[in-house]
Write a protein that binds this ligand. Sequence first.
Ligand SMILES: Cc1ncc(COP(=O)(O)O)c(C=O)c1O
Length: 496
Amino acid sequence: MYAFVVFLRKMLAQDQTPLLDALKTDAECSQACFYTPGHKQGQGISQKIANVFGTAVFRADLPELRDTAAIQQAQELAARAFGAEKTWFLVNGSTCGIEAAILATCGPGDKIILPRNVHSAAIAGLILSGAVPIFVYPEYDFGLDIAHCIAADAVAAALSKHPDAKAVMVVYPTYYGVCGDLKAIARVTHQYDIPLLVDEAHGAHFAFHPELPAPALAAGADLTVQSAHKTLAAFTQASMLHVQGTRIDRDRLEKALQFLQSTSPSYLLLASLDAARQQMALYGKQLMSHALQLAQQARNQIGEIPGISVFDLTCKQQKSQVSPGFAALDKTRLTVDVSKLGLTGFRAAEILEQDFGVTAELASPRHLTFIISLGNTQKDIEKLVEAFTYLGQEKEELGVASLPCFWDNANKVGDCLAVSPREAFLAKTEILPLQQTPGRICAEIVCPYPPGIPVLMPGEVISKSRLEYLLCIQAMGGFISGCADASLKNLRVLQM
Ligand SMILES: Cc1ncc(COP(=O)(O)O)c(C=O)c1O
C-alpha cells in the first residue's frame, strides 16, 4: 500500500485532473446505456431542463467511472495541495464530514468538548453518535455583538474538568471570518492525547495565501472539514475532509463516511472538487491576492461612509476589543455594521437585494456579512459600494432593538445538558405553546439560519432568555429553522 502511495505521489502533478479527465472520457463515449441514472446521459431529459442546463451536464452524470483509480488519485492530489496526509471528497457537504468526525471519535456516553456556537451539523453528529457535549462558551464581543471562537484557556479548563473527553471540536473560522488561536488549542488538546477536530467549512482557501489565516492542519488539527463549495469553485455540496497524524482511526472514519453519504455519489460534484483543487494548486495565490485586494477596496470605501463601520482586526477603534477568541481575521470576509443607520441587517439586506441586486451571505440583527471569493469581480465591488453609499444617505430611522444576548456566560465551560442530544431526540415528545415551554427539555434544534448556530438544541433546558432571543431575531426579520413550527408559536419538548 505504501509503495502504491509513493508511486502515485511521484506520478501525479498538480496540473493534472485525473477525475475530471476520466469523467470527460466516459461522457464522450457513445453507448447504449442500461444502467442508472434513468435519463441515460441526457437522452431522456425534458426539453425544459435541457433549455436551462444544456445536455453536457447530463452526459457527464454517470454512476461509475471506468478508470477506478481516478478518485483515489484526485484525493491524493488534494491531500498534497491542502497539506493533509489523507483526503476524502465529500458529496454531502461539510455537514456529513462533521457528523463523521464525531462518529469516528466518540461513542454513546463519550464526552466531546466543543463551542456552544457550533453549526447544527455537530449537533446532528452528537445525536448520531450518542456523545455527550461539554460546551465551551465562545468569547463574546459586546461592542461588535458577535460571538468569536473559543479561547485556549477555556478549552484547557474544560479538559481539566473532563479529562476523559474523547475529542475537542473547534469552529475555525466563524461565519464572520474570525479565527481563534488554534495552535494553542491544539497544544492543550494534544496534552491529553485526543484529537482536535476542526469545522473549517469557511476556510478552504486558507492554504493558498500567506495573508490568510493559517490553515487548520498547519495549526495542528488532526482532522478538518472544508466546504470547497463555500469559498472555492466547486459545486454546492462538494466538500473535503482532511486528516493527518495517528489520533484519528481512519478505518472508522471511512465507515462513518460510508454511512452518511450516498452510495451513488455525483461524479459532477466529485469532478468539481478535482478541478477546484487544480485551480487553487496552480493559481491559488494569484486568485486569493485578487480577492484580498477586492475585499480591501470594499473595506476602505464602505468604511468611509458615515454611519457604517466595517469589522476589521486592524481597525483602530476595535483594537481594544480583540479577545482570546480572535487571533486572526479572514480578510475576504466582510462584515458591515449598519445599526447606526437605524437599520437592522435584515432590512438592509432587503434593500440591497431589491434595489441594487446585491445579495449578502448573512444578515443578522446589526450586520451584513459578504463572502468575497475568487469568483467576484471589480464590478461586484462597485455595486456593493454603490449600494452602501445609498444606504448611508437614505437612513431609514427604523431603530434597531437591542438584542438580548445568550452568550453572556461567566463560566466559560457550560453546564451539562439535562439529557444527551441523542436521548432527547429519541424520547417521547409533545408539542406545547411557546409560553409554556420554559423549564422544559427541548426536543428539537431551533436555530436562526444562516448562520445555522442552534439557540436551542435537543436535551437543553429551555430558558426564557433564549426564547426572547429567538423571538427578537424573528421580529427583526430573521428566519428560524430546524424546528417543526418555524413561526415559533409552538415548540416540541420532552414529555414529563
Ligand atoms: C460553520 C459551518 N459549519 C458547517 C456548515 C455545513 O457545511 P455544508 O453546507 O458544506 O454542509 C456550515 C454551513 O453553512 C457552516 O456555516
